[in-house]
Design a protein around this ligand. Structure first.
Ligand code: AMP
Ligand code: ZN
Ligand code: FE
Ligand code: FE
Length: 277
């Protein structure tokens, strides 16, 4: 059985490795297909796609699109998006600008709370693409305010911290619509973080196509539970490691055992649901 990984990050969002390096790791793990799903950006795709071609592994275009509702963060994976879709590119460009402004606002809030940190510290801790809280966490670590990234979230930039600002004001329903209009297949990432099954049913009514049943953080019991939920709601299943490099989040590439057959189902769904625009 061939194995795949449909959830990985590079330094174009908050991973620490280049797209090429992630593809090398996927090849070394013996995977037959791989998706790069950086937060809110497709900037790593060109490099990943070239590396996949050279190393003989199938490239599945992906993204992890940020949204929020009722005060909770909802991450929506989008697979097989058409990268040339201009409205989608505009949405991502706006989100990139918004994320830069958000860093300035988070830094201001932290400064107001008495934390010595500058925007330049965050930029120095970031990669090549979009900025996010993990870069602020790293900057707080570098400045000696915390001992771990986790502590940075718990004390400063998590929902209860003085520097918290949502990553996106887009609703999950809009995230689903935006992904589908770009020809993509919307899949709810790591449902365990949501802890709210009613919200998942809302998303199904709003056009959700799949559930990330297999995620490094899901115990075997949870996997069984989400397999049942996917069947009950008529959802596709996907899965992945959520690899972030050495950013101390996620697992190693290829560590979640899933088969390439899931990709054929994503393809079939896409063909059966031509984009609305
Ligand atoms: P952002 O989209 O900028 O709000 O950043 C969200 C990202 O921060 C998530 O995708 C995780 O990678 C990371 N993250 C969120 N909460 C935590 C936490 N408690 N500890 C470590 N990383 C976290
Ligand atoms: Zn991340
Ligand atoms: Fe996520
Ligand atoms: Fe992720």
């Amino acid at each position: 059985m061939s194995r795949i990984d449909l959830h990985t990050h590079s330094y174009y969002s908050d991973g620490t490795e280049s797209p090429r390096r992630v593809v090398e790791l996927a090849t070394q793990a013996g995977l037959s297909a791989f998706s790069l799903t950086d937060h809110d950006t497709l900037e790593g795709h060109a490099e990943a796609e070239t590396a996949c071609r050279e190393l003989g592994i199938r490239f599945i275009p992906g993204i992890e699109f940020s949204s929020s509702t009722q005060g909770v963060e909802v991450h929506m994976l989008g697979f097989l998006i058409e990268a040339s879709h201009a409205p989608f590119r505009q949405v991502l460009a706006r989100q990139k600008t918004r994320r830069m402004q958000r860093i300035r606002d988070i830094v201001s809030k932290l400064q107001a709370a008495g934390v010595a940190i500058e925007v330049a510290d965050v930029l120095a801790a970031s990669g090549k693409g979009v900025l996010g809280r993990p870069h602020v966490a790293q900057a707080l670590l570098n400045r000696g305010h915390v001992k771990t990234l986790r502590e940075a979230f718990d004390r400063f930039i998590g929902p209860k911290g003085p520097g918290f600002i949502h990553g996106s004001t887009t609703s999950p329903a809009d995230a689903i619509r935006i992904i589908r209009e770009a020809g993509g297949v919307p899949v709810l990432a790591h449902p365990v973080y949501l802890k709210n099954d009613a919200l998942i049913e809302d998303m199904v009514r709003d056009g959700l196509a799949g559930l990330e049943v297999y995620h490094y953080s899901h115990s075997p019991g949870l996997v069984a539970q989400y397999e049942q939920m996917a069947d009950r709601l008529g959802l596709l299943r996907t899965g992945g490691s959520d690899f972030h490099g050495n950013a101390k989040e996620g697992a190693v590439v290829g560590s979640v055992n899933i088969s390439e057959e899931l990709v054929e189902r994503l393809q079939a769904w896409k063909q059966a649901h031509p984009s609305a625009s």
